[in-house]
Design a protein around this ligand. Structure first.
Ligand code: GTP
Ligand code: MG
Length: 447
């Protein structure tokens, strides 16, 4: 649907999920991608810029609510702002009077007649039995087209191919179906003039006195749809909109956002030529699908399965308060495995990255693996209280893990250095403010 828009946006979201760090740079990159996709879909530049500004500033300034990772937070912001672009609330068709008279209007070929078929099917499923009146005296086979459509669905139709007076047809149709629950009036399509459309509505309005006038707009015209919707919604307060041909239309995003901007309620969208290619327009559901949120949710879950957040938090706390044990170091190594190089993590801590990363960058994966093996030869007591690891224990650990005593000593030295640096970091973090520190750590944990 919507040409490549959905695909582009879904890919952007997937990219966001896969990014190793969520920071200013990556947020800007994601916003750029979204901009490009929307502009390609003919969304008005000003709307696109407003949207990107909002996403960017919210993503950079708002703190993720508790229990929400920064990544999820950014995804939520994008989702919410995209939904706002389309007007946020779903407008529904309410059949609240009998007969409920619906007048269809629209430019030539916009999809009125096809959409009437779709709406009939929709209403039938809801338990209403609609009837249709053909007032189109313009299109040569208008009556025949409707007859075929309605016959298939057992929908009663009033029309007369020999009568060339649209107003008379409307009157007679009204009479014919005055006891039905819903009557739908098809009309002849107008040329490119908005004024023409409005004039037609006025004329038919007098006779039919519709409960609802529906303007059908061809989604392939892109943001031009806004002008039509505006003129229409200014002329009537009983108007709603159906946008058609959103299947594969590269400009559909432009049409939808432009109409939403006018405040005219979009009630349904058409997504194909068949009678079932029709859906209620619900901005939340629509955007969710456009962004591929179903997939995104499971991707996030997968990314987070890798990290046991409790362990991560405890380790971090111990690191910062100087209680750092070998157990914490082991946990840290496990986390590094699922998160990528230590250096990247440390670079996120302002001012401290360089200092530690020199030490950390010496750590190759092989080294970490050999450290892990040595640690698995240690007792829990040793892990939690490394001070007790003296010569005889070193000997035992070296033997148990098949390494030299000097390797065990090196591990202990690395541990002591890290602990010292972490302690300094903790003091600094006090100055930084616990909140800021926690946020950064949260970010690190949740990558
Ligand atoms: N792909 C696609 N085609 C559609 C959709 N809706 C309508 N069409 C096609 O658009 C063309 C015009 O549809 P109609 O329903 O005849 O349009 P109309 O507004 O009644 O046209 P007039 O009565 O001449 O003004 C037909 O070929 C339909 O099959 C849609 O949602 N998707
Ligand atoms: Mg028609």
């Amino acid at each position: 649907m919507l040409g490549n828009l959905g695909e582009n946006l879904t890919n952007t979201m997937k990219k966001l999920v896969g990014m190793s760090v969520i920071d200013k740079k990556t947020i800007k990159e994601v916003v750029k991608d979204i901009q490009r996709a929307l502009i390609q879909s003919d969304v008005n530049i000003k709307l696109v810029l407003d949207l990107s500004k909002k996403i960017e500033s919210r993503a950079l300034e708002e703190e993720p609510p508790k229990g929400i990772t920064p990544r999820e937070h950014v995804i939520t912001i994008i989702y919410e702002e995209m939904v706002n672009l389309l007007g946020s609330e779903a407008a529904t068709l309410e059949i609240n009077e009998r007969p409920y008279k619906i007048l269809f209007l629209g430019l030539q070929g916009s999809g009125k007649t096809t959409t009437i078929g779709k709406l009939c099917r929709y209403l039938q499923k809801k338990g209403f039995n609609p009837a249709v009146v053909c007032t189109d005296t313009w299109r040569p086979a208008a009556y025949e087209q409707l007859r075929q459509l309605t016959e298939e669905m057992d929908v009663p139709l009033y029309g007369d191919p020999n009568n060339k007076d649209a107003l008379d047809l409307a009157k007679k149709g009204l009479q014919e179906f005055k006891n039905r629950k819903v009557i739908i009036f098809d009309t002849a399509g107008r040329h490119k003039e908005e004024a023409d459309l409005i004039a037609e509505m006025d004329e038919l309005d007098n006779i039919i006195n519709p409960n609802e006038a529906i303007l059908v707009i061809d989604g392939t015209i892109g943001q031009q749809a806004g002008e039509q919707a505006k003129a229409f919604s200014q002329a009537t307060d009983i108007g709603s909109i159906i946008i058609t041909k959103l299947d594969g239309s590269a400009k559909g995003g432009g049409a939808m956002s432009a109409v939403a901007e006018t405040g005219a309620p979009i009630k349904f969208i058409g997504t194909g030529e068949r009678v079932d290619d029709f859906e209620i327009f619900d901005p939340e559901r629509f955007i969710s699908r456009l962004l591929g949120m179903g997939d995104i949710k499971s991707l996030i879950e997968k990314a987070e399965e890798n990290i046991d957040e409790d362990i991560a938090e405890k380790t971090m706390n111990n690191m910062l308060t100087g209680k750092f044990t070998l157990m914490d170091m082991k946990n840290q190594f496990e986390m590094m495995n699922s998160m990528g190089p230590m250096q990247q993590v440390l670079n996120m801590i302002p001012g401290m990255g360089n200092k530690i990363s020199k030490e950390a960058s010496k750590m190759t994966e092989d080294k970490i693996d050999s450290y892990k093996i040595m640690m698995s030869s240690m007792t829990e007591e040793e892990m939690l209280n490394p001070k007790i690891i003296k010569q005889s224990r070193i000997q035992r650990i070296a033997r148990g893990s098949g390494v030299d005593e000097s390797d065990v000593k090196e591990l202990l030295k690395y541990y002591n250095n890290t602990k010292k640096t972490m302690k300094g970091l903790g003091k600094r973090s006090g100055r930084l403010g616990g909140g800021a520190m926690n946020r950064m750590m949260g970010q690190f944990m949740n990558r």
